[in-house]
Design a protein. Sequence first.
Length: 335
Amino acid sequence: MTDNNDAVLVDSFGRKITYLRLSVTDRCNLRCFYCMPQADFNWMPQENVLRFEEITTLVRVLARLGIRKVRLTGGEPLVRNNVLKLIEDISRIAGIREICITTNGVVLPDMTDRLVTLGVRHINISLDTLKRDKFEEITGRDLFDRVWNGIEKCLEADIPCLKINFVMIRGRNHDEIADFAMLTRQLPVEVRFIEFMPIGKGSNWGEQFFYPSDKALEQIEKRAGKLVRKERTAFSGPAELYRFQDGRGSIGFISPLSHRFCNECNRLRITADGRLRLCLFSDIEMDLRQMLRTGINDEDLAAFFMDAVKTKPARYMARTQNLPSCNRRMSSIGG
Ligand code: SAM
Ligand code: SF4
Ligand code: SF4
């Protein structure tokens, strides 16, 4: 195994895999009705969750194979015990250039300064409403002020890549789409409108809640003014990007059901209990934890990853009515 960037992970469709989404816990301090409804959860037993040294072993081996960007997600990544230490350990791994975090923002106000010191430059904060009572209705907790404060702290700290993730739910928050879009006039943030995905048992998915990206675009232009399309770049990921002519920020639409960007997919996922997932919508998983706990060495682990990526599907596997699905809860995959 070499350290040079030629030794990249390449799948059987020629896609270079450079991005790892790492779920560091399945636990969460919110109960979003579309992800982790109150009545339906059992945390993973603690011994099933990857330990820090297991996570860093995986990242170290993957970094030598060309992984450059790692996103910590969950559950809520910032409630994992001692998560700042984990971030520090990952940031020291040769080859890792970007550490990103997707968070619900609740404990972010207490951590922003430390995250900045650790070199975290990419933070995605999930927020589905600007109304306090609606926030409680959607997330099961009266914590809107904390999350908004987290956004403010990140703005004060000049986090260079700050995004707000908004899951569009017809009948719950679709009437706030234009208001969120308008935030990007004043604030240097990317607001990303995400279509509600039929993911995970008990996620309350239902056709009646689905609000498509094209409707959102129409609503924004009708209420807030014309949008200009932004060129796709290597950093666009799965979002189609727009901005207001006079806007400081940008607007992204993530439309998983059309998944037009599978051909550019550069990502792997590792679940909190150490399963490798090659596609968000495929339930095929490989048990890395078992390998780590039976003493696999770095060379064999690298060889395993090289083989495993060859089985990454070209795109999501259609199930019924061409809808993708997956059985695991979103909170243990991390989105
Ligand atoms: N707890 C963190 C948070 O909420 O940002 C990270 C984990 S969460 C599973 C990652 C992202 O997935 C969040 O932006 C969340 O809104 C989104 N998400 C969860 N369930 C979803 C669903 N069924 N459809 C679309 N997005 C979903
Ligand atoms: Fe928690 Fe994030 Fe799921 Fe909401 S979306 S329940 S914040 S993991
Ligand atoms: Fe990648 Fe699968 Fe998502 Fe397509 S559906 S972008 S292949 S993870």
